[in-house]
Structures are given as C-alpha cells and as structure tokens.
Design a protein around this ligand. Sequence first.
Ligand code: AMP
Length: 271
Amino acid sequence: MRQHLDACRQKGQRIGLVPTMGALHAGHASLVRRSVAENDVTVVSVFLNPTQFNDKSDLERYPRTLEADCALLEQCGAQVVFAPSVEEVYPEPDMRVFSYPPTDSVMEGAFRPGHFNGVCQVVSKLFMFAEPDRAYFGEKDFQQIAVIRRMVEDLELPVEIVPCPVIREESGLAMSSRNTLLTPEERVLAANIYRILHESTMLHQSVGATHDYVVQAIDAIDGLQVQYYNIVDGKTLADVSSWDEADDIVGCITVFCGHTPIRLIDHIRYK
Ligand code: AMP
C-alpha cells in the first residue's frame, strides 16, 4: 500500500482515507463516496482494532463481512482497501498513551476506559501508513471526531479531518454495524431513541428539563435504558447548563437496547 500510495503522491495525486472496522453499510458508503468525489485516490481501511475494545465480548460478536465490504467499496469507487492483520498493525504491543481531556475523558471515555486511547493508537498508525491529505469520519461517533481533532493538533499531522453527517434508517435509527445484532423487535424499539431526541429539540425548555425529558421518555420504554445523556458544547464536549453558553450545542446519548443488551450511541444538535 505504501509503495502504491507513494507513486500516487509523486504524480501529485490527493489521497483520502476512510478508516472503518468493516461490516460496512450506507453510513460508511457516504464517507467513501465523499472521499472519492474530493480526492484522486481513496483508501479504505477495514480493521477491527482490538485496542479500542474494552469489552472482549463486544469484540468477539462484532460482525465480520470482508467480502461483502470489498464489493460495496468497489461500487463506491474506492481504489484501495487496506485490511491488515492485527500482527501487521501491532507487531509489538502499542504502549503509547494519548490523553486529551476533557474530549476523551467524558461520556464514552468515562464509560469505556481506554477506548479513545485505542482509537488514537490505530488512527495515528493509519495516518502514518497512508499519509492521507484528508481523512473522513462520521458524526455518528460525534465524540471520536473531537478526540481525533485534538490528536491531529497535538501531533501536528498534515491531514485535514472531514466530518460527515449521520446516515439514518427510514425509522430514524442511526445506521451502525452493531444494528445487525438487534432482533427485528429491538430495531423497532431502538428507533425511539432518535424520535425522542428529535422531539426534545422542539420542547423549548431549559437544558436541565430537556435532559430529564429525554432520559425519562427513553427509560419509560421497556427494553431501553439510558446509560448517559450529556448536553454539551459541541467543540469542547464540556457540559452546558444554559442554551447561551456555547454556539454549538449537542446532546450525546448512549442507550442499552434489548436483552443482550446492545449498546447504541446517537446525538442530536440543539444549536
Ligand atoms: P466504524 O466502522 O464503526 O468504526 O465506523 C467507521 C466510520 O464510519 C466512522 O468514522 C463512523 O463514524 C462512520 N459511520 C458509522 N456509521 C455511520 C452513519 N450511520 N453515518 C455516518 N457515518 C457513520
């Protein structure tokens, strides 16, 4: 891959990178299509990164569909699929520690210790392998983009981070590789998450009341349980207590769905 991309770079071609963990769906495809439109060469990495999983059973049951992924990527016009083995990415255990509080210490950072450290480990390696001009990330993982932006600033990496909007099912459910683990009944339940988040943007009440409305409405549905709901400054991810505290205000939620249970994340923009 390096040799191929070096040759592309020598011809003055621009390289776009889309990091993924596979089990690709229309959400991933939207990132790939955007990269194909904006760059000469699009590289998609398909790598189920073990260092970002703090829960081993989550890693074990994560869907793996490399053949179908490659077919989708070809349809989207990606030129390179990079699907390395764990040994290739981590010939030695990665001992690097990344710390960008509060972006990586709140919400997912608090409930999944070590998660963002693993994300920074793998994304920094992918950036070193592919040396992309641009890298595409979905706002589906809203917090991840804030953490990666801090890492790019910290390491002074010459890569432009391009955030892309969430792609949703018709029901409003944010597309996710983990959705394939939901039963049809659980999928119906899960659609309530975005419905309630969206309703909460029309309440026009205080931040505290809006927060409580979302948590109570979701928890009232049998089979759904909120792990956290934080209404935060979209840039720093610090909690806000009033709507005029920041220009950019986002509600970030994690909900357990069903019996297994499957952990689903979503967010909504208030401002
Ligand atoms: P993953 O394979 O879950 O690590 O996701 C790879 C990239 O695709 C990440 O930047 C995600 O944020 C993005 N992504 C996943 N689901 C969606 C979605 N429904 N809409 C937009 N981007 C997404």
